[in-house]
Design a protein around this ligand. Structure first.
Ligand code: HEM
Length: 446
């Protein structure tokens, strides 16, 4: 028995009768979660009939991610599991640990080391196609680069630019309708509306691409040890049978869903921050030139790009996702509030990463924040770009290496500036805000 009775959870500021926090969210979507921060570690937010507890305290945010006895994946991930054959990202407990062990070797440091040459090649290929003085849509180009790298890592296939674009755009169509699919009743999603038809066509297209790659691998086995290889050779922990085509497709769809937008958007923000800060660009250029003067870039020499790594870390701090959620498995006491079983509980990486109690000038981009702000001394739950606990990002080393190699290659080759005449670059209103566009003009480095 707790010593004192649990207290009711206070609502977050900005609530209005009936509509709850919906008007506040619609008015200021990008700063809404930051505006819910009060002295209370846990608040309630509501949108009409839907309610969510929101943790605003680093220790609580950490606990919600690691205590899988009390918190499960919840509504969004259950929807994914139902639609896409229980992929790793949505599974739980022993099955999740087993699934993670199956694919983990394909994401280990050793494996990323072996992919570094591919990343260097893809970065060279992309940035050598840019032309001095000709505006380039850097957001598109960087997303293509990320897709090429991730697809090579997952399938060991050197796919043509057109196929990479096709997969990326197909996934984009699927991702846009994925969240509604997991939230709204199934019958709405099977109505023959143009949106549903586009979604179904994109899924069929994606399946055809993965099936062709899997068939090719079955016909011509290679010692690749990539995700395709390990899935084709493993049994699914929930069935005890070899992965079916359906399960292989679901795993890839979810993995690419987790990989492409996150890495593409973060790299685009890193290039944006570098472009608009000449001093940051100069320091990155000096560091990368010194490293590349001594020989071609490889995995071991990435440690010499310490300033570039700080730019990546600071980008991931400032440009974090809006919200992740979990669900209480049973009644659980959180910061003095009794949260009933079945409640959805959220935490906002964006709000935590912009917390003025943790960071000076939290909205300011400063790669030199130093150890005490992005390193070991921070309280747990204050900086967690990769999440923490059993669902921590499995692609972390691949994403970090891709961003570091891409930035170093870019700044040694080109001097960057925003294309003249560009309208103000703003943040999109989405779960992972991205720049509205990033048109660049580049000048060769001599
Ligand atoms: C900048 C890039 C990336 C960021 C910021 C990022 C962030 C995250 C975060 C925060 C989580 C935890 C989600 C949660 O707790 O609910 C996660 C999970 C995951 N990420 Fe990433 N990610 C990135 C890139 C990648 C890449 C490149 C891949 C794969 C190629 C990937 C695959 C996954 C998977 C499969 C999970 C689920 C792991 C599990 O449930 O065991 N991510 N990611």
């Amino acid at each position: 028995m707790p010593a004192t009775a649990p207290s009711p959870c206070p609502p977050a500021p900005g609530r209005v009768p009936l509509l709850g926090h919906a008007p506040a969210l619609l008015r200021r979507p990008l700063s809404f979660f930051e505006s819910t921060r009060t002295d209370d570690p846990l608040v309630r937010i509501g949108f009409g009939p839907f309610h969510l507890y929101l943790a605003n305290d680093p220790a609580l945010v950490h606990r919600i991610q690691v205590d899988t006895g009390a918190f499960e994946r919840g509504r969004f991930f259950e929807g994914l599991a139902g639609h896409f054959g229980n992929p790793l990202i949505a599974s739980e407990g022993a099955a999740h640990s087993h699934q993670r062990r199956i694919v983990k070797p394909a994401f280990s440091r050793r494996s990323v080391r072996s992919h570094t040459q591919d990343i260097v090649e893809e970065a060279d290929r992309q940035f050598s196609s840019w032309r001095p003085g000709t505006p380039v849509a850097a957001d598109e180009a960087l997303s293509d680069l990320v897709a090429a790298v991730v697809l090579r890592a997952l399938f060991s296939a050197d796919l043509s630019h057109d196929v990479v674009r096709d997969i990326r755009q197909t996934l984009f169509l699927i991702a846009r309708r994925l969240i509604p699919r997991t939230v709204f009743p199934g019958f709405l999603m099977s109505l023959p509306t143009p949106g549903n038809r586009r979604f179904d066509a994109a899924v069929r297209r994606f399946h055809a691409i993965v099936d062709a790659l899997a068939q090719d691998r079955r016909a011509h086995p290679v010692a690749a040890h990539d995700v395709l290889d390990v899935l084709l050779k493993s049994t699914h922990p929930l069935t005890g049978l070899p992965y079916t085509d359906e399960e292989v497709r679901g795993e890839f769809l979810m993995m690419l869903f987790a990989a492409l937008e996150t890495t593409g958007t973060s790299l685009t923000w890193a290039v944006f921050e570098t472009t608009v800060r000449p001093e940051v660009q100069r320091r990155m250029h000096d560091e990368a030139s010194a490293v590349l003067d001594a020989g071609p870039l490889d995995y071991d020499r990435l440690k010499d790009l310490s300033y570039t790594r700080k730019v990546v870390d600071e980008t991931l701090r400032l440009h974090a996702p809006m919200l992740f959620t979990r669900r209480a498995r049973h009644d659980v006491e959180l910061a003095g509030t009794l949260v009933p079983a079945g409640s959805e509980i959220g935490y906002s990486p964006r709000a935590m990463h912009r917390n003025p109690d943790t960071y000076d000038r939290p909205r300011h981009f400063d790669p030199e924040r130093g150890e005490s702000e992005t390193g070991q001394d921070l309280p747990r739950g204050a900086y967690f770009p990769w999440g923490t606990g059993p669902h921590r990002c499995i692609g972390e080393h691949l994403a970090e290496t891709t961003m570091t190699v891409a930035l170093a290659t870019l700044v040694t080759r080109w001097q960057l500036r925003i294309a003249p005449g560009t309208r103000r670059i703003t943040e999109s209103n989405s779960s992972l805000p991205h720049p509205s566009s990033l048109p660049l003009v580049v000048t060769p480095r001599t």
